[in-house]
Design a protein around this ligand. Sequence first.
Ligand code: ATP
Length: 357
Amino acid sequence: MKIAVIPGDGIGPEVMEQALTVLDTLQTLDKTLEVETMTFHWDSVYYLQTGRMMPKDGLETLAQYDAILFGAIGDARVPDDVTVWELIMPIRKQFQQYVNFRPVKSLPGIASPLATKEPIDFVIFRENTEGEYSNSGGRLYGGTERELAIQNTVMTKEGIANIVSAACDYALKYKKSTVTSATKSNAVTHTMKFWDAIVQETMSRYPQLQLKSYYIDALVAYFVERPEEFEVVVASNLFGDILSDLGSAIIGGLGLSPSGNINPTRTYPSMFEPVHGSAPDIAGRGIANPIAQIWSLALLLGHVGRPDLEQLVVQAIEQVLAQSEVKTADIGGTATTQQMGEAICMALKGCYEMRGV
Ligand code: ATP
């Protein structure tokens, strides 16, 4: 298996180092796991040196890998729209990674800021290649009183059906009974009504599943008031983006949340990355929480055919958190990034041995 690694900016390289140590540990434990990694330093420093976020043939290079493990991107010296539109978006769009998959799961030893007593355990399927983030539009009459900006939302029948099918397939595979759709068709009357219609049409092929459809403003309130109710949530690009960060917040923090940019057809490699960004405020201090990055590696392993190893890594993370001795600052402790990585590797060894019993 060949994995392309892009550590990125800020805390990206720091948390990536720990994820790669976890990968090394897995390879030592399980001789059937043969992984070759190649690191690409396509980051803001590369941009400052070359004027590009990646080489001209960057996508062709990445296409040769089975999957991509991504850290985080963002640096004050480079405009955010450059880092996003010249690196992340081309990868997501060109490789048709139309599913953005984000688990939202209570973890042992991590108190949710909500008063909920029930465990939270749902997943978000965010449409990842079109919708509100289609970069279609422009400005007219610059510098005059008539100046205006137009941003188009592009929703296609294929795009909506694809993300809803992916959510439903997941729901059936993991024996869930409901799929919740985020909409706003009462106010966004063209694209969101279309969204609702295609969601219904697609879900009619899954009679075992119940569709719940909520306006986005109500849904954000329900995420806070009764998050334990949700199983699988499907949303457009913008709504899914917002819901995902809220999802991270309700389980106790960005440092714990992984994500996958998935091409379910497997025509192109999928990319796995933490939900958090480059966190410039704590970069370089060795205190970032590496769990989101390590969990992203786990999702990658599950995607490339090793769900057993995915489960093992998640189990090791849960064990470390449950013991509560090693915690980084964001979750109320004093451990460094490296200490957290080492604790997870130790737990991994224990979990692997237990598995063999
Ligand atoms: P970017 O522009 O790259 O998204 P940002 O600072 O706007 O950067 P995040 O990087 O997601 O957004 O960080 C938001 C907050 O969460 C920051 O205060 C950051 O320190 C904290 N944070 C994010 N990731 C982690 C992590 N892995 N461990 C600890 N704290 C984190």
